[in-house]
Design a protein around this ligand. Sequence first.
Ligand SMILES: [Zn+2]
Length: 185
Amino acid sequence: MSEPLKAGRELDALVAEKVMGLRVAGRCCAVFVEGEWSIHPDSEPAGWACYAGIEPVYARADCDCAEPLVREYESPEKAALYAEIDAEREKRQSAAIAKTGHRTYCLRIVPNYSTEIAAAWEVLEKIGRATEIRWHPKAEQHVLVMIGVYDTPGGVAEAETVPLAICLAALEVVRARPTEQETQK
Ligand SMILES: [Zn+2]
């Protein structure tokens, strides 16, 4: 028997890919600045302490990273004015593409599916099947989640928390029906 999956970023990335159909593109240094996530291609970008940690990231659905960047300026003077900044940006985006296949602005942080109930609920909504959640305060594994109560095959999982149980049951649903995942976008 393999080790049971634990709640955490590794499991979150697995759920993102297998259940949510997201294009997981590796891990990047992510820094939360002024209410927004800033993603850096390097693990330790110069001048930044990567205090938020290395987070799994995925590419946006409308990714256009395979196409070259085109910047249009109304005048050559304006283009010259921004040349240095553009070169710096280009360098950063090339590094991001080399590491993840995507530019930084295409990348999003994988939600905390296995540890946050709001994110875990998105997983249930994505699967879109009748689900039963049972809470047994005295049991060792407090939570039992059954996805696809009225359908087969479904997924059943026991865990210490609701988000973890949802993730494990959801992975079971996807494993049972691999073709369904392929038909979802
Ligand atoms: Zn992209």
